[in-house]
Design a protein around this ligand. Sequence first.
Ligand code: ATP
Ligand code: MG
Length: 299
Amino acid sequence: MNIPHIDYFGLKDEPFSTSPNPRFLYISPTHNIALEKTKWTIAARRGLAICFGVPGTGKTTLVRDLATRLEDDTTVSYVAITNPNFPTANQLLRAIIQEFEVGKTSKNYLELLNIFKEYLAEQAIKQNKNLVLIIDEAQTLKPPLLEMLRQLMNYESNDQKFLQVVLFAQEDFRKRLQHPRYTNLVNRVAMSSSIEPLSLSQTAAMLKYRWMIAGGQETTFPFTDDAIEQLFTYSKGIPRTQIILADNALLAAYLLQLRTVSADLIHQVVKDRGLPDAQPEPEPQSIKRNVRSEGGKTI
Ligand SMILES: Nc1ncnc2c1ncn2[C@@H]1O[C@H](COP(=O)(O)OP(=O)(O)OP(=O)(O)O)[C@@H](O)[C@H]1O
Ligand SMILES: [Mg+2]
């Protein structure tokens, strides 16, 4: 189905859809640092990397971007869990073992840990595989699940960790980790990074970037400087809020048969729809992976 305002502005795709599509990710300096630190932790097999950010700053989109990059690396097998809110550590471990296609199982939790430990050692030492576990929404992990992840990170040789764990979490997780019960986990963090809200100039760059990716031209970019300034102010630099308002403003411009989006139009949109909630609905449980079985199959 054609979307009228997309055609009106000469675009091929929706520029301001809220789905976490990595194709539309504008890599700000803090996104870039988070990505580089994470890639380094994985490549150097250093164990644990954590990336923090307030809601709507692009963590889930960055998870997908990272997964796409790891897809191209034949030495890496990764599993990405986007909603790790499992009731017990046993259930999370079972999901991890299943997704890595370990091929063995046990009803007993300690045996299950041993099975995974043997698998990790075999993959890392004999197959020289770099196994990566990416967890989004890590702030929802219950204490026993974090303790289990810490245990998994104990498996190592003199020069490498057998499992690299990358956690993406909202800022409140940082405070939670200050509790003494997490000291052992925190001590294992090789790299920690923070995705910051966008500045005014980064807001303009992000909106333009998405416009161009959607098939737009520089000359048809409709937002005036004043409109961008208002988007920045209303959103406090949060990209999710910016794109929701931008999307509404674009539709409003089409309905009024305007080619530009002014500051007044942004005020009108905020008046009509109110400011969007920074926090979206939780995502359904979903797991993505690229565990290659011996024939080199990618799943
Ligand atoms: N740097 C960016 N460039 C382009 N779009 C972005 C950027 N950051 C976020 N977005 C967009 O904002 C929306 C929200 O991003 P995302 O879901 O990745 O945020 P999040 O940090 O995971 O939020 P939450 O903490 O609520 O899970 C998505 O549509 C995403 O495409
Ligand atoms: Mg998210």
